[in-house]
Design a protein around this ligand. Structure first.
Ligand code: FES
Length: 156
């Protein structure tokens, strides 16, 4: 779907800005918003480029830089931190070779820190794109990445 078609699914009201930005970002295989995206949204909502840019910079889920096809968000809130943050980070690094704030050279994975992901009772937790993974341990993390790599290979 082209960008204008995505935007025009929404009423041209500023309340819809976050939803429009989400859809545009999700439609980009590198998980980011381009300058063109921000201009289109500003035009459509009859606002300035800088106000759209301000929103994008405020929310950590948005990026203006290319990111991996699979965006991993690790909960850095106290509970997940207590239960297994260090080992989750180590296990991720062991499986895909990168840590927080990094993207793999093949643009497959990016890792970011996140505030509470809303599943504290099942800590430690991470998200990969829209999927939530709970009660993480080394085996689960290994399986998750093996599956992703396998599925990716099968869709090449
Ligand atoms: S503290 Fe990690 S999901 Fe809430």
């Amino acid at each position: 779907m082209d960008k204008s078609a995505i935007i025009s699914k929404f009423e041209p009201q500023k309340d819809n800005m976050l939803n429009i930005l989400h859809e545009l970002q999700n439609s980009n295989p590198q998980n980011f918003l381009t300058t063109e995206d921000l201009k289109l949204v500003a035009n459509y909502l009859n606002t300035t480029y800088s106000s759209v840019y301000g929103v994008v910079k405020y929310y950590s889920m948005f990026s203006v830089e290319p990111r991996g096809k699979y965006l991993i968000r690790i909960c850095k809130s106290p509970l997940c931190n207590m239960v297994g943050d260090k080992s989750v980070l180590n296990d991720i690094k062991e499986n895909i070779g990168i840590g927080i704030g990094e993207t793999t050279d093949d643009l497959m994975f990016s890792v970011e820190a996140s505030e509470c992901l809303g599943h504290c009772a099942e800590a430690p937790v991470m998200m990969i794109n829209e999927g939530v993974y709970k009660n993480l341990d080394s085996k689960k993390i290994k399986d998750i990445f093996q599956n992703i790599k396998l599925n990716h290979k099968n869709t090449d």
